[in-house]
Ligand binder design. Structure first.
Ligand SMILES: [Zn+2]
Length: 269
């Protein structure tokens, strides 16, 4: 990561890969987080983003996922691993490219970016894009990988009469159906979800990625193995699960703000 990685033009021609939350979810998380940045963190981040909204970077990791060198570089960061009792094994490595999962990468970035002011701008911008995405991904139920289960949900179900991977239902189907919005509606979705008070926000932003992810894993655990392959899912399934999906979107948003405020503020509160 110390080296400067050029964003290849090739990436622009690749169709976005289906990823945690899809564009609506990731952009909504980033939009809410941006509204909760400290003035100092906002100013420091804008030196690298030049005012581009964080929401526009939120799915970048999914868009370049199959592009070398990112294929190797980011392998594994879109999901995070936990034990059956919802503990993160935390595969901490000093080499970010060998990280095993998103939570580990977030633990790494906290240390790595301590001297961000000494780094090339392009390296810091790339790290910002990664952080904005990774915090979203490890809150997506289909991206929680229990060591005793394959929770990738990579099998087909019928969702409102069409064949979908259950994974994609969680990535984007539930929140799109419930909100009535597509990715262009992320600001409106952010308005609807950004309703927690300071006490609620403080409660869910204690700690760092490891604690946040273990909390997600506990929330998600009861939902696994409940849907058989080929099941017919519709309004009832959306209504039963939108609460969990929106809970994780909110947690991701406020925790992303906390992460960025911590890294990009000299003396975070
Ligand atoms: Zn992803």
């Amino acid at each position: 990561m110390k080296r400067i990685i050029l964003i290849t033009a090739v990436a622009l021609f690749l169709a976005p890969a289906a990823g945690g939350w899809g564009r609506l979810g990731h952009s909504t998380i980033a939009e809410i987080a941006e509204r909760h940045l400290t003035p100092e963190a906002r100013a420091n981040i804008e030196k690298y983003t030049h005012g581009t909204p964080l929401a526009e970077f939120a799915s970048w990791m999914d868009e370049i996922v199959v592009t070398p060198p990112y294929l190797e570089e980011f392998k594994g960061w879109h999901a995070s691993v936990c034990t059956p009792d919802c503990k993160s094994p935390l595969y901490v490595r000093k080499q970010v490219r060998n990280c095993r999962d998103g939570v580990t990468a977030m633990e790494f970035f906290r240390e790595y970016l301590k001297d961000y002011k000494e780094m090339p701008d392009s390296v810091v911008l790339e790290a910002i894009k990664c952080i904005v995405h990774i915090v979203g991904d490890f809150h997506c139920p289909a991206h929680v990988r229990y060591t005793d289960e394959n929770n990738g949900l990579g099998y087909q179900v019928m969702f409102f009469g069409k064949s979908w991977k259950l994974h994609s239902v969680w990535d984007s189907g539930i929140i799109q159906k419930a909100s009535g919005l597509d990715y262009r509606g992320y600001r409106e979705y952010a308005d609807r979800l950004d309703t927690w008070n300071k006490r609620q926000i403080r409660k869910v932003t204690k700690g760092w990625a490891r604690e946040w992810f273990e909390d997600v894993a506990s929330d998600v655990r009861p939902t696994i193995r409940t849907i058989p392959e080929g099941a017919e899912l519709g309004d009832e399934y959306v209504e039963a699960n939108i609460g969990l999906a929106e809970l994780e979107l909110r947690k991701a948003a406020y925790q992303l703000a906390k992460a960025l405020n911590t890294i990009f503020t000299s003396s975070p509160a």
